[in-house]
Design a protein around this ligand. Structure first.
Ligand code: ZN
Length: 185
């Protein structure tokens, strides 16, 4: 079963990245904590928050929650990855999703995007991805490399029961990695 997330209002950037990595991630922009908790319950989403009080509250009501302590996206990906493995979700994550709206992306050829991406981009790339919901077009642009390294941090494995962070050089899992991209600039 694929894990789904809901990110609280402070975590928009983290939510966008998780979508690109193939995780169904709702971004809870407006509303109060109790609405957030009930959405997470109703849709069976793992809650992501950097707010310790909210995390505690969610936990008390039986929700799986990841409290993100780090400030950088990298350290957040570490926490999420570690928490997922503790919950027993190692090899999940589906195809890439739209970082704007969480819709699923489908591959489209160059001919399908002519007119909707800048000419030089259309020339330089062969494969594009289009959101089934909002129509946004993605390609493997300048953000690609950065995203990949973040994704590696999310997917690093730990050994045994001790959660260990590997720094550099560790063999990373790259499942579900095909095609996530952010519109390049
Ligand atoms: Zn979309």
């Amino acid at each position: 079963m694929q894990v789904k997330f809901v990110a609280d209002a402070m975590l928009g950037s983290t939510a966008r990245k998780l979508r690109a990595f193939g995780y169904d991630t709702a971004y809870f922009k407006e509303g109060d904590d109790s609405e957030l908790v009930s959405l997470a319950k109703k849709e069976r989403r793992v809650m992501l928050t950097a707010d310790a009080r909210l995390a505690e509250r969610a936990q008390k009501s039986g929700l799986p929650v990841v409290l993100l302590a780090g400030r950088t996206e990298g350290s957040r990906m570490d926490s999420i990855g570690n928490a997922l493995r503790r919950m027993g979700h190692e090899d999940i994550g589906g195809g890439p999703r739209c970082s704007l709206c969480n819709g699923e992306l489908e591959p489209v050829g160059r001919a399908g995007v002519l007119g909707s991406v800048p000419g030089p981009i259309a020339k330089r790339h062969r494969t594009f991805y289009r959101c089934r919901d909002c129509g946004k077009v993605y390609w493997k642009g300048g953000h690609w490399k950065k995203l990949r390294s973040l994704e590696r941090r999310l997917r690093q494995r730990s050994d045994g029961t001790v959660v260990r962070r590997r720094r550099g050089g560790g063999k990373a899992r790259e499942r579900g990695a095909g095609g996530q991209a952010e519109a390049g600039t």
